[in-house]
Ligand binder design. Structure first.
Ligand SMILES: [Fe+2]
Length: 189
């Protein structure tokens, strides 16, 4: 890590997490810090952080805390690239650096949060996150959504801060009402 701006952000984020045990308090404190970080992305992002992949969206590691309590990535979305329906198992704060990131929400109607089957999801609203927008989410209940860029829009690049190393998350089969854990090594999508 060479950027003093990024180092300051990480120090503030670490202090935030230690101060706030409640994820909602944590993202409340971190959202304005992410907004400020977006303005200084040129001080810590290098060309490799803008790597894209023609096959699927690309996830590029920017920072991983030694104790894996925080991780920061760029996500690069080419036109037509989407996530599966997923949750995060963590709080998260997301800021948009370039383009318009689209988020399509799902709402879980079934009560058992621990179940891997019998999950009833219905489609919720859509949010269009333009450049310099910041959004956040908390776990429990899980924030379930699809994010990406429709084929008719240009590339989007976003910064994602999570409250853990994002090496796995749940994906959902909406029609089957099931979910499964997906392992995700760093720097792969
Ligand atoms: Fe997500």
């Amino acid at each position: 890590m060479t950027s003093t701006r990024l180092a300051a952000f990480v120090a503030q984020a670490t202090a935030c997490c230690q101060r706030h045990a409640e994820p909602a308090d944590c993202v409340l404190a971190l959202a304005p810090l992410m907004l400020d970080l977006l303005d200084h992305s040129d001080t810590f992002l290098a060309p490799q952080h803008y790597r894209s992949d023609p096959l699927h969206y690309a996830r590029n590691l920017v920072y991983d805390a030694p104790d894996h309590s925080l991780s920061l990535y760029t996500l690069v979305w080419l036109p037509g690239q989407w996530t599966p329906v997923h949750d995060h198992g963590s709080w998260g704060v997301v800021g948009v650096l370039e383009g318009v990131l689209e988020e399509r929400s799902y709402v879980r109607l079934s009560a058992d949060r621990g179940a891997d089957a019998g999950i009833e999801l219905v489609r919720g609203g859509v949010i269009l996150l333009g450049r310099h927008a910041v959004t956040s989410f908390v776990p429990n209940p899980d924030h379930i959504h699809v994010t990406g860029v429709p084929v008719e829009r240009p590339r989007a690049v976003s910064l994602h801060l999570y409250g853990r190393a994002m090496t796995s998350f749940n994906t959902y089969d909406v029609a089957a009402g099931t979910r499964r854990r997906v392992q995700l090594p760093h720097n792969e999508s």
